[in-house]
Design a protein around this ligand. Structure first.
Ligand code: ADP
Length: 150
């Protein structure tokens, strides 16, 4: 069984995340969208909303599960029996950041990180830009799945 997790804050899920998840589905038997809980971080959307947006977006997709976790991502992988971490790459900044994390995770465990390159047309989308648009009353609907509503 090839089980992968796709970890992130998803505050909120964007069409960039959605694209990586859709393209990850055929690669694995099960894909767990793992919402990391960081007590130090301030979120725009409460956990229940972030969870709900994702669950609703993938309700027709039996291979996708949505869970939350605290602590190290590799520990969560072990807990749910996942051997792969899926991540998306948008730009050189993502690459450098992700490289260090993937190397560290390899040092701590056997878990492989699988990277998918962002689709052309999605690379500029980030949760932080979506939050800015929402904060300032802009039309965010073209940047997120239909299930994300304020
Ligand atoms: P974090 O809180 O770890 O930064 P995010 O919710 O921002 O989590 O992102 C989770 C994952 O989704 C990361 O691998 C990130 O690179 C990827 N991702 C986010 N936006 C995009 C996008 N537009 N295209 C491809 N991958 C993306």
């Amino acid at each position: 069984m090839r089980r992968a997790i796709f970890p992130g804050s998803f505050d909120p899920i964007t069409l960039g995340h959605y694209d990586i998840i859709q393209r990850g589905i055929p690669l694995f038997d099960e894909l767990v969208i793992a919402i990391g809980i960081n007590a130090e971080k301030k979120y725009m959307f409460p956990l229940e909303k972030r969870l709900g947006f994702i669950k609703e977006a993938f309700q027709e997709e039996p291979k996708v599960k949505v869970m939350t976790y605290k602590g190290l991502t590799v520990d969560f992988c072990k807990k749910v029996g996942a051997n792969y971490i899926l991540r998306g790459l948008r730009n050189p900044g993502d690459f450098e950041f992700e490289k260090a994390i993937a190397h560290t995770n390899r040092k701590l465990s056997e878990i492989e990180t699988v990277f998918l390159l962002t689709s052309s047309g999605k690379s500029y989308i980030s949760s932080s830009i979506v939050r800015d648009v929402i904060r300032h009353g802009g039309d965010y609907t073209g940047l997120v799945p239909d299930t994300v509503r304020t």
